[in-house]
Design a protein around this ligand. Sequence first.
Ligand SMILES: [Zn+2]
Ligand SMILES: [Zn+2]
Length: 275
Amino acid sequence: MSILSCAHVHTTYCDGKSPASLMAKTAWEKGFVSLGFSSHAPQHFDPGYCIDPAREQAYKEEILALREEYRGRMPIYLGIERDHFSCVSPEGYDYFISAVHYLPKPDGHHGVVDGNPEDLLAYVNEYCGGDGLAMARQYFELLRDDVLAWRAPIIGHFDLVRKNNAWLRLYDEESAAYRRLALDALRPLAETGALLEVNTGAMARGYLSTPYPEAFLLREWRTWGGEVIVNSDCHDARFLDAFFSEAEALLISLGFDHAVRLGQKEKWERFMLGQ
Ligand SMILES: [Zn+2]
Ligand SMILES: [Zn+2]
């Protein structure tokens, strides 16, 4: 297993269950070559889920103190997972992950993509005329536009809509219509140089049996010359490298011979899979 790094790590500053210090200790004990923190960036709603804006500075200081503690042993990077509706810029961070967890409502409130399935179903019925595919299109276009607008280094859990669709069956994931709209949103991102995240978080939490994104998207991404990064979207230190072996085997089966991770000298480094 050669991945030995994770750039998508939450902490008790947001909705993570483990403190940053335990995440770093666990990474070091597992022989990681690097680690990147990415708590949910501050936003004006759903406060239990993101960094309290009043604590953003404390978050930065704690991660930078951990960087000093591990200096010379394991590089630690300061990142954030920036939702499309976040209220802060990613300036001052080593990197960020672009992600969409919400869909806009006309009244200024938000529907949650990966929250309670009933809430997403209500959103589809109320704002998408009951058309699940229309909701999926809206989701993918928001994420595409966010990555393009911010020139995101990492595209977070690209097909997050799969999480609740596994229960709700709002649309047929095998259908040509669904696959086309997902591919259409992904295609313009390949030339930006963004890393497509292979995210095992929903596997660790028992929602899905394969990582985000689905194999058909990864296969095309490779043919477009796109690069991938494997992350666990870790909220609990016990699962820091959960399902990394499976993700690595999947990538090899799809023809990838290397992936990218946070580096020991450069910020991003390529490494060979299966070694
Ligand atoms: Zn996320
Ligand atoms: Zn996350």
